[in-house]
Ligand binder design. Structure first.
Ligand code: ADP
Ligand code: ZN
Length: 754
């Protein structure tokens, strides 16, 4: 019909034109399925995974060829594929992961694809760039140009630029030469420098798998042997379990070496890449080259270049946060998930997926091994290892004979903290006398103390002593947290901040606002008053300006330049400090309240991890847990070092309640600005809940944060036995429900905490 389709010069092949290749193209927008397009004869070689530009409404979108189009659509209904981009195709195992992730999380397929396209610009052709190279060897060779000192320096810098590096821009070259960019431009115009195009291929260093690693202990060698044997042998999951310092990293490095030697790519997932800046350095120490980092804080241009390098198979090892899982590795041979139990692997907004679980899926779609490493594996993972679904690879001992720290509870009811004096005024204390004594001893020995408190700011609650008013966020059901050094009260959920008011905003009384409870800043005040000579630092996400300043502080601590560290969970992970021998957990009960499914498990994992900071081979460590409930199973498990029994009790409890991993759980968060409408919608949903054997719907009830950023939130929980496939149930349930305007429902399959 419309004539644009048949090109007159082509051999007559009516049947080809008739059927013309119809393709389905998935677009990175919130849609559940790909759209059909017509590819035309010159695009007839398109295959699934190819990246194309297609019209969508009035726009042009970048999408991915997903499969054949539906045969029953008339041609004239189809719009054409405009062009194929010069981009590597999305590999089939990654497309399968996208499908799987969407089906499991119930997120729209196109929204999951967006994770795989990372930055839409990743697919745009790179902007052509140019840089300067020396065009002459001597300024005398440039006719009519006076040989000034600045020009000489500029030419020397250009001539000395390594040929292995892309030619620099005027600004970069000027900076290196110590001249102004105008000098560079002038020299180029006169013919002394040549402007040459830059080929945009990031130079990714190649790690060398044949470099020798450390001499492994017999335990480590046995573990490494089992992991190496999995490389190249198809899909398999291993749980590498060993206490902090047992050498898990050294052991999985061996599996990485094996994979690299086979010429395949490796992906290492870490919970928070920004705070584990030391991992790349360790990797470089072992393999002689840095890995490719991947996280959302990278500048877009860098992400685009790295995305392409990965897609073209030029990035042998990528270390990243959860989103790295959706990178287009063409030849992935191994995935490592370090600290696999960590809640940071669960994404909360957008597509709510758990990167640890999706890593196992990616390993299955790519038929390759995945290693889950942890000192305190998640209950799910432990059970999978016990039933034999996962291989259990234990590392029973700390490397080099180091002992685990000696752990004890400090009963706050028996040892209430005594008041201390601030500028002559008695003030509240948060450190019990036995902990203070231990700190004095540690200081005297020239060793370090970590005071762990997982609370940023000065005080978690500000209260008026006259009227009892509590200062809370106007947009969230949360208290405002005082940050004294900034003279602010801040909401930790939405960022709302106000200057600390001089009077109570409710009763207008002056000087009645009182800080309740400690945050790290307040603890620092007490430490400064009690140990004025000690060198103290506060390590929290808001006191460290970024990865660089975090790394710098870690180095200072390691070098012994600090006596007392007051830290939040940023101090819990991955660092080995040879002088750190005392850990005081200021409020061990902190994570236990609130009725969250994983509260006990998570608290155990966190405190175990913090405790692991104390003590090395020559210096045994000590951990004191301040608690009001020393008999709590978590405290007993820590003190007795019996994770096994703790997990067994946890497992029994969850089994009795049909809670994950023994049952399935889906949370539905109903939200909107109007609370009544939210409640009504929640009740309507509950009334139309699926009535199926083995399925129970609880709620609606106010969610953990019943007001968040001005949105009221109520929650329904669908609980099912393991044999129930919950996704179709939830899909039908929501499909049959029309939501009033302004009401949203967010589905979270396997909510991490609630
Ligand atoms: P984990 O990952 O289990 O916490 P690491 O692999 O980080 O343990 O090892 C802890 C420390 O012990 C590191 O400094 C590491 O270099 C060192 N280490 C572990 N195994 C060996 C070994 N076989 N030879 C030398 N050093 C080792
Ligand atoms: Zn808020």
């Amino acid at each position: 019909h419309d004539g644009t389709r048949s090109s007159p010069g082509l051999a007559p092949s009516p049947s080809l034109f008739q059927d013309g290749p119809r393709l389905s193209v998935l677009l990175p927008v919130p849609v559940d399925a790909p759209y059909d397009y017509w590819a035309g004869p010159d695009l007839a070689t398109l295959v699934p995974g190819d990246v194309v530009r297609v019209p969508l409404g009035q726009r042009i979108e970048t999408g991915v060829v997903w499969g054949p189009g539906a045969a029953d659509l008339p041609d004239h209904k189809l719009r054409p594929v405009l062009e194929r981009l010069d981009s590597p195709p999305l590999p089939a195992p990654l497309r399968a992961l996208v499908e799987w992730c969407a089906a499991y999380t119930l997120a729209p397929l196109g929204q999951v694809l967006r994770l795989a396209l990372s930055v839409p610009e990743a697919l745009d052709p790179p902007r052509p760039r140019a840089g300067y190279r020396a065009a002459v060897t001597d300024l005398a060779d440039v006719p009519g140009l006076r040989a000034t000192d600045a020009r000489r320096k500029a030419l020397a810098a250009a001539a000395g630029w390594p040929l292995t590096e892309p030619p620099p821009s005027a600004a970069t070259l000027a900076r290196r030469a110590g001249v102004t960019p105008a000098v560079i431009k002038g020299l180029a115009e006169a013919g002394g420098l040549a402007l040459v195009p830059v080929v945009e291929e990031p130079v990714v260093p190649t790690p060398d798998p044949r470099r020798p690693g450390p001499l492994l202990s017999p335990d480590q060698r046995a573990a490494a042997g089992r992991l190496r044997a999995m490389v190249g042998a198809g899909f398999g999951v291993a749980l590498l379990e060993g206490v902090t310092g047992s050498g898990k990293t050294e052991v999985y490095f061996e599996a990485i070496a094996e994979t690299l030697a086979a010429g395949r790519q490796v992906l290492v997932l870490l919970p928070e890449i920004a705070l584990t800046a030391r991992w790349p350095a360790r990797f470089a120490g072992r393999f002689g080259a840095l890995p490719v980092p991947w996280h959302s804080d990278l500048p877009r241009s860098q992400r685009r270049d790295l995305w392409r390098a990965v897609a073209r198979g030029r990035a042998p090892v990528v270390v990243g946060a959860r989103s790295a899982l959706f990178l287009p590795f063409p030849d992935l041979g191994l995935i490592i998930v370090d600290e696999e139990h960590d809640g940071a692997f669960k994404q909360d907004d957008g597509v709510p997926y758990n990167a640890r679980d999706m890593a196992v899926v990616r390993a299955r779609t790519g038929d390759l091994p995945v290693i889950l490493a942890s000192a305190t594996p998640a209950l799910e993972t432990v059970l999978n290892a016990r039933t034999g679904r996962y291989r259990h690879v234990p590392l029973p001992r700390r490397h080099g004979g180091a002992r685990l720290p000696d752990m004890a509870t400090l009963d706050l009811r028996a040892h209430p903290p005594e008041k201390w004096s601030r500028e002559g005024v008695p003030a509240q204390s948060f450190l019990a006398p036995p902990l203070l004594d231990a700190m004095v001893e540690t200081l005297t020995r020239g060793e370090q103390t970590l005071l762990f408190l997982n609370r940023r700011g000065y005080a978690p609650l500000t209260l008026c002593r006259a009227c009892g008013h509590r200062l809370h966020c106007p947009h969230c059901s949360a208290w405002l947290v005082e940050h004294r050094h900034r003279r602010q009260l801040r909401c930790h959920h939405c960022g709302h901040a106000i200057p600390t008011p001089p009077r109570c905003p409710m009763c207008d009384a002056a000087d009645t606002l009182a800080a309740c409870g400690p945050g790290v800043e307040r603890l620092a005040e007490e430490v400064a008053a009690r140990f004025p000579q000690a060198r103290t630092v506060v390590a929290a996400s808001d006191t460290l300006a970024g990865p660089a300043s975090a790394a710098e502080m870690m180095e200072r601590i390691e070098a012994g330049g600090v006596d007392i560290i007051i830290g939040t969970q940023v101090m819990a992970k991955g660092h080995h400090f040879p002088l750190l021998t005392l850990v005081g957990v200021v409020d061990a009960d902190l994570g236990l309240s609130g009725g969250d499914l994983r509260a006990a498990e998570r608290t155990f994992q966190l405190l175990h991890q913090v405790a692991g900071r104390a003590g090395r081979a020559e210096r045994p460590g000590r951990v004191l847990l301040q608690t009001t409930d020393p008999a709590h199973p978590v405290m007993r498990a820590l003190v007795e070092g019996d994770a096994e029994r703790f997990l067994s009790v946890e497992a029994e409890t969850r089994q009795a309640l049909t809670m994950p991993p023994f049952g399935r759980l889906v949370a539905l968060i109903v939200s909107g600005r109007d609370e009544d409408a939210v409640v009504t919608a929640g009740r309507a949903l509950a009334a139309s809940a699926p009535r199926v054997a083995g399925v129970e719907v609880l709620g609606p009830a106010p969610a953990a944060l019943a007001l968040l950023r001005g949105q009221h939130r109520h929650r329904l929980l669908l609980k099912a036995t393991r044999d129930v496939r919950v996704q179709p149930l939830v899909r039908d349930w929501l499909g049959a429900t029309t939501l009033p305007r302004g009401i949203r429902v967010r589905v979270d399959v396997d909510p991490y905490g609630f």
